[in-house]
Ligand binder design. Sequence first.
Ligand SMILES: Cc1ncc(COP(=O)(O)O)c(C=O)c1O
Length: 354
Amino acid sequence: MATSSTRIGFGSDNHSGVHPDILAALSSASSGHAPSYGTDEVSARAAQTFEREFGPGTEAHFVFNGTAANVLALESCLKPFQSVFCSEHSHIHVDECGAPERFTGAKLVPLPSRDGKIRVEDARARLVRRGDQHHSQPGAISITQPTELGTVYGLDEIRDIAAFAKTNGLRLHMDGARLVNAAASLGVSLRELTRDTGVDVLSLGGTKNGLMFGEAVVFFRPELARDFKFRRKQAMQLPSKTRFIAAQFEAWLGTGLWKRTAERSNRMAERLAAGLAARDFVRLTQTRQANAVFVRIPKAWVARLREAYFFYVWNERTFECRLMTTFDTNEEAVDGFLRALDELHRTDPRSLES
Ligand SMILES: Cc1ncc(COP(=O)(O)O)c(C=O)c1O
């Protein structure tokens, strides 16, 4: 039975259910018995799928969630006395409850950003006191693609950051919780967007694009992966029935499903952003490039709108709201939301400041 909680909203791309093809893959992986801890056939096939998608020598390891993927990816690049340059909006900085610092021992150095991206000049300005025993030593840069503000780094921007990192002996980590939305937006392959631009280690998420659970830490430099299995076990992130994460990634990466889900989700965000841009009583606050739309809406309308179509107020101070689309967002939800806005504008006109 449909209830209001099953209605399609814009809360997050992990509010959605599981894609039917993923459910089918899970079901098929469930027949019979198989060895555990990644020693089964499905996990072996998934490893090949990763190599096909990202290139020979790619090493992927599964964990339960995105925070763990980020923490373990960073830990593989860092010593506890080092630091990581990241955006002030990055998930690792604002949404992981300090886990990266607690588990890696390294310090996060947030760089200012208006659009979620970090810039080489800002990183360079903080490349100071190297060799000074009193100061955390820069060890890595972490970028999120697409960013937490829905913007997408172009290939050249990533190459520039990677070149800066390499010149200065820093590792480049990419938080790709929604990497597929960025790849679909740029029309490039996952490999072109990561390994080929100079990324060293990637946190690859699928949960926001149709998977049930599970993320991958993907290494493009074998030396960084050397101790990963020990780190993962110690961090309590070694799944025993690994085949169920592997089966999802195999189906999602190996059949092009990731592309279809991401394209659909981006298309719906584009439709939503275009509809909002055409209404002068709301204001888009970020350039829509993937599947997130950031907008200011008169404050007095927000509670009523959220009852019908849930979404988050991203910034409590400015009342900037975030609307996310995902693989099952449809035209009906987008157009219904825009109609609900029009109705409020007609019956309860307000300015953005009210
Ligand atoms: C940019 C980004 N990174 C990582 C994550 C993964 O978080 P979780 O630990 O909830 O899977 C998220 C989820 O919201 C995210 O938005």
